[in-house]
Design a protein around this ligand. Structure first.
Ligand SMILES: Nc1ncnc2c1ncn2[C@@H]1O[C@H](COP(=O)(O)OP(=O)(O)OP(=O)(O)O)[C@@H](O)[C@H]1O
Ligand SMILES: [Mg+2]
Length: 396
């Protein structure tokens, strides 16, 4: 059809009025067909020209976003959207000419909350930006489902954690009970308690109370909901910061560091503070597993839609028997370990919608693999090559 229209246009000066009318008619029908297709999409679509003026808005977009009354075509995209936050964001992103994926917006109306995910994709024609496509997805129900799932998961881990706390506090409580009994017996027998005896009883009581306090503090840290603030960050920079932060401790333990940052795309939505805490816990465990020194290797790579980080040590390794337990709250093989390090790691990685895997050989070492999701479709560039067709191409 496109070729036919192009040929007809070339011959336009030779066409009579009837032929021109039928050509325009054909073009109109062609446009209607495209509009019909775009209107039937579930996704909202706004197409702008290179001056950010609206060329087209489909039906779904009208359902999802609040629009000003009156004409929309040929007005800038941000001026026709009445939600202030979305409008401000569109103005910034469109003028910067950047590609942004899956920015979330919470639109509150009187009785409902709508969560939208907006992406802005430059429309490239003959290697030049010819305009932009704004994609809008309603992710309200997906978000609600995820929150429900996380709540259920939290509840389940809370139960294990509560069982762990109950078990942990038993020992100090028993010890306090015994020492109080001893004090009572001494007072009843001797009618008084020598200062030395009293002090040693009080020391024990103080120590046990300190232990109880430690258990409660750790417990609260593990169960407190995380106020994660996700931002697009360069993970290689995060890893470099972290290795710099822990450099002296590694040197002190005679541990060499090797890095293989092989991921050619290394940005992801993360909460830097929490992710650093999680990776630090893994590295600290690696240090703990190499009491006589060794090598710590940190590698990154892209694996399908995920960003992979491998943290490998040449330490003691983990036995099969322990492997099933290491993520359990309070499981530790160390004299002064809380056993909550990996519980926190798991929680943080889950919060990032990521995954964690371990491979270990006793006597040789362990690799902790953290997989973080990459922004969706990050390496797809929608290119419009002047043929009028819009198709996806892999730009990498
Ligand atoms: N890289 C590793 N090599 C060998 N064993 C490990 C490694 N990482 C974890 N472990 C085992 O898993 C257990 C649990 O780890 P976790 O970080 O949860 O607690 P912890 O290190 O014992 O205590 P904390 O982190 O509070 O200091 C450790 O005690 C250790 O036995
Ligand atoms: Mg630890």
């Amino acid at each position: 059809m496109r070729k036919f229209i192009q040929r007809a246009l070339e011959k336009l000066p030779k066409l009579n009025i009837e032929q021109i009318t039928s050509l325009i008619d054909l073009l109109l029908r062609e446009q209607e067909r495209y509009e019909g297709v775009i209107d039937s999409l579930h996704e909202g679509v706004i197409v702008t020209d290179r001056s950010f003026r609206v060329m087209m808005i489909n039906k779904a977009a009208y359902h999802m976003l609040p629009f000003a009354g009156g004409e929309h075509e040929y007005h800038t995209a941000w001026s026709v959207v009445t939600d202030k936050e979305v409008s401000r964001w569109l103005e910034k992103v469109l003028q910067e000419g950047t590609r942004v994926e899956d920015e979330e917006f919470y639109l509150e109306s009187s009785e409902t909350l709508k969560i939208l995910s907006l992406s802005v994709i430059p429309l490239v024609r003959d290697r030049q930006v010819a305009g932009s496509i704004i994609q809008i997805r309603d992710i309200t129900s997906r978000k609600k489902r995820e929150a429900k799932y996380r709540r259920a998961e939290n509840l389940a881990s809370l139960t294990t954690l509560a069982a762990g706390v109950a078990h942990e506090i038993k020992n100090p409580l028993a010890s306090i009970g015994i020492h109080l009994q001893l004090m009572r017996r001494d007072v009843e027998h001797k009618k008084c308690l020598p200062e030395d005896d009293l002090c040693s009883y009080l020391d024990v009581l103080e120590e046990e109370i300190e232990r109880l306090n430690g258990i409660v503090v750790d417990f609260l840290f593990a169960v407190r909901p995380m106020d994660t603030r996700m931002k697009r960050e360069d993970i290689h920079e995060v890893l470099k910061d972290l290795l710099e932060f822990i450099r002296y401790e590694l040197e002190e333990h005679n541990i060499e560091v090797e890095t293989h940052f092989k991921a050619d795309f290394h940005k992801a939505e993360i909460d830097q503070k929490y992710l650093k805490q999680a990776l630090l816990n893994i590295i600290k465990n690696a240090i703990g597993a190499m009491p006589d020194g060794g090598r710590l290797t940190v590698s990154t790579y892209i694996n399908g839609g995920a960003f992979g980080i491998d943290i490998t040590d040449t330490g003691t390794g983990i036995s099969d028997e322990h492997m099933n337990k290491i993520f359990e709250p309070y499981f530790t093989t160390k004299d002064f370990g809380s056993g909550l390090g990996l519980t926190v790691v798991y929680k943080v990685i889950r919060e990032h919608q990521g995954d964690i895997a371990i491979s270990s050989t006793e006597g040789k070492g362990t690799t902790f693999t953290v997989l973080l999701p990459l922004p969706k479709g990050e390496h797809n560039l929608i290119e419009w090559e002047g043929t009028g067709e819009i198709h996806h191409s892999d730009s990498r």
